[in-house]
Design a protein around this ligand. Structure first.
Ligand code: 8YV
Length: 323
């Protein structure tokens, strides 16, 4: 086999570098002192991009620089950082890393939900600040006991979250564009109707143009004063200024956020609020799960260059290609 040139975009993670080094000429963009010159040197040879993080944006202009580009293998199940539509139109395959992270992200979603509903990080801060000797932490006003969770999104991770909520004895309903015949939960074709009926919204759907600002001021108002919003999806799915306003004036009760519009920058208004729990985008962030995701980036490229096709192509770039 012809040794392919692969460009690694983003951090040189050990599993990715260790897996790709033996099967390719691996070029590491992050280590190049002069990025433009480095790209100009390798552009004509690069046949694949390995994308180390969802924060590494791969747009049409970037892909266009590589005339021999065949495949973009990206880390993460979400791929709104890649222009997959453009890739598909230009015969370039895009792969992501689904399934291997489902249970981890679902665990984190439940953790964030519990932290937000029962104010667990706030209570821990109380203890660490030495306030317990003065008074017990106040009883949490909210409880999971009388809540109904409306999931926005019902893909693999959504189903893993719903299974956990079943075990917790918490009723689940969901909103997606089309009902999923495999799940027993009530489907709402309109998000606004679901927001009116439930008191907890948990977002676990793809980001990108189609879902931008899906949760806006109107949806938050419909969720109401007991409402809790949990975002495990992408910051872009929520109108962030509208959310800040809704938390400020208690249009909703609280929010738990793992993702932000301009992460890693988090709006100071959110940081100053007591009725929010903020995680630094760590849904899949364990050594165990991240290694499996990194390995799937490697496995996609290894399969591709040994002629077997991609293992996990995204919907916009099906394999074999649609005729
Ligand atoms: C990661 C994710 O936590 O897979 C995704 O789409 O968002 C998460 O698994 C994230 O990519 C961290 O950069």
């Amino acid at each position: 086999m012809d040794t392919p040139d692969i460009l690694l975009v983003g951090t040189a993670k050990p599993v990715i570098v260790g897996g790709l080094d033996p099967i390719s000429r691996l070029h590491r963009l992050i280590e190049a002192p002069d990025r433009e010159r480095f790209l100009a040197d390798v552009a004509d040879r690069v046949r694949a991009l390995a994308v180390a993080y969802t924060a590494n944006r791969i747009d049409a202009a970037f892909m266009q620089r590589f005339p021999k580009l065949e495949i973009v293998a990206s880390f993460g199940v979400g791929y709104d950082h890649i222009d997959a539509t453009w890739a598909g139109q230009h015969g370039i395959v895009v792969t992501n890393t689904p399934e291997v992270l489902d249970e981890e992200v679902a665990d984190t979603a439940l953790g964030l939900l519990l932290c937000t509903v029962r104010e667990l990080p706030q209570a821990e801060r109380w203890l660490r600040a030495g306030k317990w000797v003065e008074a017990p932490y106040p009883l949490s006003k909210a409880t999971l006991r009388n809540r109904t969770v409306g999931l926005v999104g019902m893909g693999r991770i959504g189903r893993a979250i719903a299974r956990r909520l079943d075990a917790f004895g918490v009723p689940v309903v969901y909103h997606t564009r089309r009902p999923n015949p495999e799940v027993p939960y009530r489907h709402y074709p309109a998000l606004l109707d679901m927001a009116r009926d439930v008191d907890t919204l948990l977002l676990i759907l793809p980001g990108g143009g189609a879902t931008r600002n899906l949760v806006d001021a109107e949806v938050l108002k419909a969720l109401g004063p007991d409402g809790i919003l949990i975002n495990m999806a992408r910051g872009s799915v929520v109108d962030e200024p509208a959310l800040i306003q809704a938390l400020r004036d208690r249009t909703i009760f609280a929010a738990g956020l793992d993702v932000f519009v301009d992460e890693p920058r988090v709006p100071p208004e959110l940081i100053a609020m007591e009725n929010v729990v903020l995680f630094p985008h760590l849904g899949s962030g364990s050594v165990h799960t991240r290694a499996r995701m990194d390995q799937l980036v490697v496995d996609n490229l290894a399969a591709w260059f040994s002629g077997k096709g991609p293992l996990t192509p995204v919907a916009e770039t099906p394999w074999p290609p649609a005729r």
